[in-house]
Write a protein that binds this ligand. Structure first.
Ligand code: SIN
Length: 495
């Protein structure tokens, strides 16, 4: 394949093997036994870097380093903690182009989306720098005249942050920002597919002046040894995880041993509902933005697109024509809108969902197969299926790929019922111009995040998190920092 850019030359010019080590107690180091594993570029299916394969020894050392750093960081005045976060955010933005290129190389998303993610990731640091300065306590009027009732807010302690591959920077800073702002110290384990962006973040925090041991980073291929140490060590007070509901359930069980606080941002099955009174062009563009962001690999991507029967044919025609025009390719190419899927397993799931839907009566409007012409990676044609229904796998499970099933509906009550008929409750989208309906559906949808005429509601200022089996806890927004704070009640007798 000929390209106007050369992925190998870009990788050689951007990646620096000397930056790829474990970061423990402020010291960059290899795994004690020298083990390492390869990071692949999902667009070429070729290795681009080797990173250390940390295990129990390194994780234990990281917890020890976090424990040593904790008293001083927790006692550091909030404005000083905030200043470190602001410096780190500024350094991220200064290095935006390099960080975005590294992200595209290891994750595959189009460079324009990677640039956007770096800005999004930095915004969590800025937002939580502000929140650090607003960790207010409380006084409560007592019933007895000689008593004063106080509420203090203090850092939870050492936190383990386990992050996914689909947003290699932002899902770290959305946890790391509030943890450090609150005065906690952390041990981070990034996804094995995307450790390079995490390593760059650790370099940035070191350059921003974060004291050694506050941010420790363990890259590893198999999470079991890491999880074993984390869940059995009493000093680790909290675990924050973004990933599948299946793994979330395992972590809930594991957390029982030492009763850890958990924040879990798990799977979704987002409905995207287009009512007959919607602005059709905006709904088509919104559905594309929500469904095909990051090649359909976000927890909040539209998974089921419900369209009112009265506008179904018009929507299906415009939507499938626009989807068919989305360019698939290496994320480094400036024209690419759809990058590769992360791996063969992801592609197999997409394939399974499409064949199940076709077997159960769906009609293929565009796409439907691998996009081999885009390269050796796991590329898939952006796909639209018509006449989908709730019994299909594609409507029951999160596809996490570039496939949009259209489901016709007849009335508001039935679409609300169908939208809520899932164990998941992360994000939902509604397109309508009827204000009374806006209130009814916003109140009726059992979801933690609702975008009304807004396909991308995520932002650092707003709470992000799910209901039901999509998890618990909120990241971002004014409540985000409370996930990392303990509330301590003090009763003060004055006699
Ligand atoms: C996710 O996929 O979990 C994150 C998406 C977002 O922050 O919008």
């Amino acid at each position: 394949m000929t390209t106007s850019y050369d992925p190998e030359a870009i990788a050689a010019a951007t990646l620096d093997a000397t930056r790829h080590n474990l970061f423990i107690g402020g010291i960059w180091q290899p795994a004690a036994n020298g083990a390492s594993f390869a990071v692949n570029n999902p667009a070429t299916n070729m290795p681009i870097a080797m990173v250390p394969d940390g295990g129990a020894t390194e994780t234990t050392a990281a917890v020890e380093a976090a424990a040593q750093a904790l008293p001083e960081w927790a006692a550091t005045p909030a404005p000083a903690r905030a200043a470190v976060l602001r410096r780190a955010a500024a350094l991220m933005l200064e290095r935006q182009e390099t960080l975005a290129t590294i992200m595209t190389l290891e994750q595959g998303k189009p460079l324009s989306e990677a640039r956007g993610e770096i800005a999004y990731a930095a915004s969590f640091l800025t937002w939580f720098a502000g929140e650090a300065e607003r960790i207010y306590g409380m006084t409560i009027p007592a019933t007895q005249a000689h008593k004063r009732l106080l509420v203090l807010r203090q850092p939870v302690g050492i936190c383990a942050l386990i992050t996914p591959w689909n947003f290699p920077s932002a899902m770290i800073t959305r946890k790391l920002g509030p943890a450090l702002a609150a005065g906690c110290t952390v041990v981070v384990k990034p996804a094995e597919q995307t450790p390079l962006s995490a390593l760059e973040l650790a370099h940035i925090f070191q350059a921003a002046g974060l004291p050694p041991g506050c941010f420790n980073l363990i890259t590893c291929q198999n999470p079991d040894a890491f999880a074993d140490v984390i869940f059995n060590d009493e000093r680790v007070r909290k675990v924050s995880f973004t990933g599948s509901t299946e793994v979330g359930k395992l972590l809930i069980r594991a957390s029982a041993t030492t009763i850890k606080r958990l924040s879990l941002e798990l799977g979704g099955n987002a409905p995207f509902i287009v009512f007959a009174d919607a602005d059709l062009d905006a709904a088509v563009q919104g559905a594309i933005a929500s469904k095909f962001r990051n090649t359909g690999q976000t927890c909040v991507c539209a998974n089921r697109i419900f369209v009112a029967q009265a506008i179904y044919a018009a929507f299906a025609e415009r939507f499938s024509a626009a989807v068919a025009a989305l360019p698939v390719g290496n994320g480094l190419a400036p024209t690419t809108a759809i990058g590769p899927l992360i791996d063969a397993q992801a592609r197999a799931k997409v394939e399974r969902h499409i064949s199940d839907a076709l077997e159960h009566g769906a009609e293929l409007l565009t796409g439907g197969g691998p996009a081999h012409e885009a390269g050796a990676g796991h590329f898939w044609q952006p796909t639209v299926l018509s006449a989908a229904h709730g019994a299909m796998l594609i409507a029951r499970e999160e596809t996490f790929g570039p496939v949009a099933p259209l489901i016709p509906f007849y009335d508001e009550a039935s679409v609300l019922h169908q939208a809520n008929a899932t164990p998941y409750g992360l994000a939902a989208y509604v397109y309508t111009r009827d204000l009374a309906r806006v209130w009814r559906v916003a109140e009726g949808l059992e979801y933690g995040i609702i975008g009304i005429n807004d396909p991308i509601p995520s932002t650092a200022q707003a709470p992000f998190g799910g209901l039901k089996q999509s998890g618990f806890g909120r990241e971002g927004g004014p409540s985000g920092i409370h996930e990392y704070l303990e509330e301590k009640y003090v009763s003060l007798g004055l006699e």
